[in-house]
Design a protein around this ligand. Structure first.
Ligand SMILES: *Cc1c(COP(=O)(O)O)cnc(C)c1O
Length: 400
């Protein structure tokens, strides 16, 4: 999107504001769709990245399925028009009752621990279940988002497959899929392919599979010269291997993925006004009308979002430390080169589609920002700015 278009949207819809470019989401979806040349491909959008129902509807219209991690996400997906057969439920550490409730909706469930597997298989031997394995491969970008290592809480260890097989034999339950998700930010295709071999090895031991789910973790560039997962190269290599596996397995299978960040990260822009420019003895701070209540990734994961001054794009570049208004240190960026900032200018944060709005809170009793979908050269409001009513809605002031 052009800077001028973004700036115009803040005049129409106010600040701070999240804007998502529908064309970019579609472009990423088609890239993935084209990269894997198999008969049956299933892309399940991991909606925890960005869960606005209009975004879900957009992806549904593209043909996407949905990856969910809570029953609330399942309900939002159904509300957006996904049919249960297009949804997979991949929770971690949720109650048996929640899994049971989701299964009753007709949604594919994915189980990632032995005790629930046994309990579920005993009670519902006919309901198809996918198993999430932990291949113990380190593929994630950092410790918080890497989920495949030996002490990770995710998945059933591949060393426990004999126990899984015993449960399956005893309960006669129906295992129709094998799944792995090695973590976010895969830098190295070879590591991904190595983990895939472990998935294939595991899959061989189950006779009635319908799909193999390779999870996600595809990396997108956050700043200039940043590494990006080469999806086309991965597509070529994994397709070849997958087709060979199908032959060996003796049946056609669905190849599934569940990307979040890859589909929506780059489509998102976060726009916030500069309240103060403050010069100290060592630093020039640009204090914006926002904080980690709206965008927590820089503070939580140390992620670096590139920031542009769209009010003065041609201005002379200077060094700024961009901070929020929260009464705690909330630094978005340290000593970043940005075109000269005046108070009142609007800054634009890139890569604000994934894990940005969806992690926003009301800390400091601030309202969450509005969201706009840019489609057909027009900004469509898809979430209103909050008001004081939203903050008070579920609170009860008792008689004291
Ligand atoms: C979060 C998550 C994803 C999506 O990860 P991205 O890095 O956003 O692509 C996929 N699968 C599962 C099980 C997840 O928890």
């Amino acid at each position: 999107m052009q800077q001028k278009q973004l700036l115009d949207l803040t005049e129409t819809f106010g600040n701070p504001l999240y804007v998502y470019d529908a064309d970019k989401i579609e472009y990423q979806y088609q890239r993935l769709n084209n990269a894997f040349k198999v008969e049956k491909l299933r892309i399940n959008y991991a909606m925890k990245a960005l869960s606005n129902v209009s975004i879900l509807k957009l992806l549904k219209n593209l043909g996407s399925g949905l990856d969910t991690v809570s029953i609330q996400e399942v309900h939002l997906g159904l509300h957006a028009g996904f049919t249960p057969d297009k949804i997979i439920f991949t929770p971690n550490g949720v109650s048996f009752e929640e899994i049971e409730e989701v299964a009753k909706l007709g949604v594919q469930i994915n189980i990632d621990n032995l005790s629930i597997l046994e309990h579920f298989g005993t009670k519902y031997p006919k309901v198809p279940v996918c198993i999430r394995i932990n291949p113990h491969v380190m593929a994630g970008g950092n410790a918080n988002i890497s989920v495949g290592h030996i002490d990770s809480k995710f998945g059933i260890s591949i060393y426990q497959i004999p126990h899984v097989l015993r449960i399956v034999a005893n309960t006669k339950m129906n295992i129709n899929g094998i799944h792995m998700h090695t973590g976010s930010d895969i830098l190295d295709i070879e590591v991904f392919l190595y983990a895939s071999e472990i998935l294939f090895d595991t899959a061989k031991q189950f006779a009635d599979l319908e799909f193999l789910d390779f999870g996600s973790g595809f990396k997108v560039p956050y700043k200039k010269d940043d590494i990006e997962t080469n999806i086309e190269e991965l597509g070529e290599k994994l397709t070849k291997r997958f087709l060979a596996f199908e032959k060996e397995y003796g049946r056609e299978l669905t190849l599934a993925f569940e990307p979040g960040k890859f589909l929506v990260s780059e489509a998102g822009y976060f726009l916030a006004k500069v309240n103060v420019v403050k010069q100290t003895t060592s630093t020039v701070f640009a204090g914006i009308d926002s904080g980690f209540n709206h965008l927590i990734r820089p503070m939580f994961y140390g992620s670096q979002h590139s920031i542009e001054n769209i009010s003065n794009p041609k201005g002379k570049e200077r060094f700024y430390t961009v901070v929020g208004y929260i009464c705690e240190t909330d630094t978005f960026a340290n000593n970043l080169k940005i075109a000269e900032i005046q108070e009142g200018d609007t800054l634009c944060f890139k890569n604000a589609g994934a894990y940005c709005f969806s992690m926003a809170s009301n800390y400091n009793s601030r309202f969450k920002p509005a969201e706009v979908l840019w489609k057909n050269n027009k900004g469509h409001l898809i979430r209103e700015h909050e008001t004081l009513n939203d903050l008070l809605q579920n609170q009860i002031m008792i008689d004291l």
